[in-house]
Design a protein around this ligand. Structure first.
Ligand code: HAM
Length: 429
């Protein structure tokens, strides 16, 4: 027997029960971004592999282990985007959007792909809403991005469920000096490191800082800290970010071990973390990447941004029961028609009602059926009123208007008076 077809592990269907929550989150976020003057950019899902190798960095888990890479029919190496920043920078460069120091404030949304071990909150196809700002070197924009996310948490009711972790990675020179010091320290203790960290010592030593291994964490207690290596300009920049967060009343925790998994960051990095989702608690993360545009072939251009994990945020809203009840809005009116002639009239009447009452949630029975079966469907739809059209109603140009959610009597309403009648009942204008 052939194996039944299934979605790929870690790649999920978002079912109709779930999409209202997604739309709620996305719409809230998009109108917020609109309000801060960020504009949408739509980017391809597939890019040349080289973009990610150069942008995110060889030696990162994402590039070394997690990319969906394949040769196309032209033998070119392509990759399903594992994140959005590299593609956004590529587009900005390709279209000259950051030329002449132009400020760009952009956002994008869509699926990303990483070959990770699937678990709650971690998938192989997941969705991000990402935000990027170009040509703004100061700490004000770092703070603006954080303030904007804070406003989102407040709007969604999540303010008490998330905390902000903040760090500065300094300049790339400062980071390199720190990396040398960390490697020297850990090299002396090589045998006590877990296997993953031993490997990372040569490939990406800063990532050892967020190892989950307890023994490695214990070793790190005495290790040099990044803050001791910060260059003066980065230190001042970081002070500027903190001062603005203080002024905005946003609390944060300085986490010297926050280094992020992608290589392009410098100076400010941050993560919004929740303890309500288990191991995959980071719902939003980002930072500054002043070197990335240059690295990808453009003139030096400061950049800063973040991305949110849509699945994790939806999960969090569901877990905390913060989704508004009216998201799954039932139909308001269900039209039952009996016989061919009544069906034709019902269709015309329904369309007229849609013209007269824009936004009306009206279902017309499909597939015919007896009185009993149509009423059953009307009831199941959650509609408040059933409109009934049979031969008698057709002849008299009326419909039976039957309340489905209370015991009041069915009324006979003339077609011409129907919109007004329903508007009154449904309390529409
Ligand atoms: P990231 O930390 O790799 O950063 O991902 C951002 C967010 O995407 C994470 O905090 C998480 O919520 C979500 N996410 C990541 N991987 C998965 C997964 N496998 N399953 C579910 N959700 C996931 C970036 O991607 C950067 N491009 C962010 C950025 C933009 N930095 C500057 N600008």
């Amino acid at each position: 027997m052939s194996k039944s077809l299934q979605a790929i592990r870690g790649m999920n269907d978002i079912l109709p029960e779930q999409t209202p929550a997604w739309r709620y989150l996305e719409n809230t976020l998009v109108s917020l971004l609109d309000g801060y003057g960020y504009r949408e950019i739509r980017l391809p899902i597939v890019e040349y592999t080289e973009l990610f190798a150069r942008g995110i960095g060889e030696g990162t888990d994402v590039v070394d282990k997690e990319m969906y890479t394949f040769l196309d029919r032209n033998e070119e190496s392509l990759t399903l985007r594992p994140e959005g920043t590299a593609g956004c920078v590529r587009a900005v460069l390709e279209h000259g959007l950051s030329g002449g120091g132009q400020v760009q404030k952009l956002w994008y949304a869509g699926p990303m792909f990483r070959y990770e071990k699937p678990q709650k909150g971690r998938y192989r196809q997941f969705h991000q809403v990402g935000v990027e700002a170009f040509n703004l070197p100061g700490p004000d924009v770092d703070a603006e991005l954080i303030v904007l996310t804070w406003r989102l948490w407040k709007q969604l009711g999540l303010a008490d469920a998330v905390t902000l972790q903040l760090n500065s990675l300094g300049s790339s020179e400062a980071r390199a000096a720190y990396r040398d010091a960390l490697v020297a320290y850990l090299q002396e203790r090589f045998d006590q490191l877990d296997e993953d960290s031993q490997r990372r010592l040569t490939t990406n030593p800063l990532r050892i800082l967020d190892s989950k291994n307890e023994q490695t964490q214990a070793l790190l207690v005495g290790a040099p800290t990044l803050s001791d290596y910060l260059d003066e300009e980065s230190r001042q920049h970081f002070e500027g970010v903190k001062a603005r967060l203080d002024a905005a009343g946003i609390r944060y925790e300085i986490n010297h071990k926050l280094v992020r998994g992608l290589d392009y960051y410098n100076r400010t990095v941050f993560e919004w973390v929740t303890d309500k989702l288990g191991a995959q608690g980071t719902v939003c993360a980002g930072g500054r990447y002043d070197g990335l545009v240059g690295q990808l072939g453009g003139k030096p251009t400061p950049g800063v941004g973040f991305a949110m994990g849509v699945e994790r945020l939806v999960l969090l809203l569901e877990t905390l029961e913060l989704l508004p009840a009216e998201l799954n809005r039932a139909a308001e009116v269900y039209v039952c028609a009996f016989g061919e002639a009544a069906e034709l009239a019902a269709l015309a009447l329904a369309e007229r009602l849609r013209d007269q009452l824009p936004g009306l949630r009206l279902l017309v029975n499909s597939g015919g059926g007896s009185f009993k079966s149509q009423f059953k469907k009307a009831d199941k739809s959650g509609a408040r009123y059933a409109l009934i059209l049979g031969e008698d109603e057709l002849a008299a140009r009326v419909v039976g208007c039957k309340p489905l959610r209370d015991d009041s009597e069915q009324q006979s309403i003339a077609w011409d008076a129907l919109a007004e009648h329903l508007a009154g009942r449904l309390q529409r204008g």
